[in-house]
Design a protein around this ligand. Structure first.
Ligand code: PLP
Length: 393
């Protein structure tokens, strides 16, 4: 019998990948599947970004790069943050990461151990809780409520902080709800954090370009009072339709930068070189394709919300960010995961059950609108006829 460590009995995963696998399997059997379960843009990476990677390969960028990433890319990230949020970030605080996820992995590893509390949003991205449990720390869910527009509440968050709290994870715009926390609420939270100087904040801003209805993204870097204990997670996956490139970045404060650098040296050495050159082209090249993608998501958002609100027993708040809607299905009588799996098997429409994002996700499903308007309308019609004719299991 192999004697592996107990932590591996506690690590979780992301059920959206299981939904994707089942949807792909059904499609390979010839079923007509509409995937609204997916968490990635249904667009190609813009051509000029692809070309930059091809050129990098042709130019001979085939070797290792520094573990923290190539300097021109770190400079481009710092310049981009300055341009968009007027914040001064040194390229030496920027670390290029293989996607957004490794930043949550590393930061939770830095603060999680038995006896430590880590606060995370529920419903929220499932990897937060999975990694917290992996480290043996106590996962403390911060409720994200529909009646609050799926924003986090500063008061509720601050009340959950105890002397054991090491790390607070924030995510706005949010997966799976599309919730955007308004600036006054973030102001209140940051003001309250002054009473808890030992709590580190990890702000997952991977959807920062995807905010609608005239909202402005609130970047946590704009709060000088927490700069020395703020980890920023961001990347190219969603903004530039680059999920498969595995390219992200983190801003690490103080000694955490060196910890992360050493973890990178131990784990992945560096991010692949052509992807890094593509990242420069993404940040410094034309922004039109990325802006058009957001405008298209905005149009679909309206279609999806309107359609969901017409389904029997379903109500859907208008999400202000990302590319997800999180409709309330409580009046249908279905449990969320049963509804998601029955919908997929019987109608070919893939959505993800809310409980896959946390205990408070019961009564909701996540609908991604990273699919064409035509497919979204077709899926809504299938859902309508299913809910109208089928009793809850
Ligand atoms: N953070 C959130 C909230 C996400 O939804 C995702 C991906 O779905 C990530 C991070 C991970 O991004 P990446 O694919 O760059 O690792």
């Amino acid at each position: 019998m192999l004697r592996t460590v107990a932590a591996f009995d506690r690590i979780g995963e992301e059920n959206a990948f299981a939904v994707l696998a089942r949807a792909t399997e059904l499609a390979s059997q010839g079923r007509d599947i509409i995937n609204l379960g997916i968490g990635q843009p249904d667009f190609r990476t813009p051509d000029h970004i692809v070309e930059a990677a091809v050129k990098a390969l042709r130019d001979g960028h085939h070797g290792y790069t520094p573990s923290v990433g190539i300097k021109p890319l770190r400079e481009a990230v710092a310049a981009d943050l300055h341009k968009r949020f007027k914040v001064n970030v040194s390229p030496d605080e920027v670390m290029i990461m293989p996607g957004g996820k490794p930043t949550m992995f590393m930061s939770i590893l830095m603060f999680g151990e038995p006896g430590a509390d880590i606060l995370y949003p529920d419903p929220g991205f499932p990897i937060y809780r999975s990694m917290i449990e992996f480290t043996g720390a106590n996962p403390i869910p911060v409720p994200v409520r529909e009646e609050n527009g799926f924003a986090f509440s500063a008061e509720e968050t601050l009340k959950l902080i105890t002397p054991r709290t090491r790390l607070l994870i924030l995510n706005s715009p949010a997966n799976p709800t599309g919730g955007v926390t308004p600036k006054p609420e973030v102001d209140k939270l940051v003001a309250g954090l002054a009473r808890h100087p030992d709590v580190c904040v990890m702000s997952d801003e991977i959807y920062d370009h995807m905010v609608y209805d005239g909202e402005q993204h609130v970047c946590l870097l704009t709060y000088p009072s927490i700069r020395d204990r703020l980890i920023l997670l961001n990347g190219w996956s969603k903004t530039y339709a680059m999920t498969g490139w595995r390219l992200g970045y983190a801003i690490w404060p103080g000694k955490l930068y060196d910890y992360a650098r050493k973890l990178a040296v131990n784990l992945h050495s560096c991010v692949n070189a052509p992807a890094q050159y593509a990242g420069i082209a993404a940040l410094t090249g034309p922004q039109g394709p990325a802006e058009n993608m957001v405008a298209e998501f905005d149009r679909r958002r309206k279609v999806v919300v309107e359609g969901l609100n017409k389904l029997p027993g379903v109500s859907c708040a208008t999400p202000k960010g990302a590319f997800y809607a999180f409709p309330n299905i409580k009046r249908t009588g279905w449990k969320a995961k049963a509804l998601a799996s029955t919908l997929l098997e019987e109608t070919g429409v893939a959505v993800v059950g809310g409980p896959d994002f946390g205990i408070l996700g019961e009564g909701y499903v996540r609908v991604s609108y990273a699919n064409s308007t035509e497919n979204i309308l077709k899926a809504l019609e299938r859902m309508r006829s299913f809910l109208a004719s089928r009793k809850a299991a």
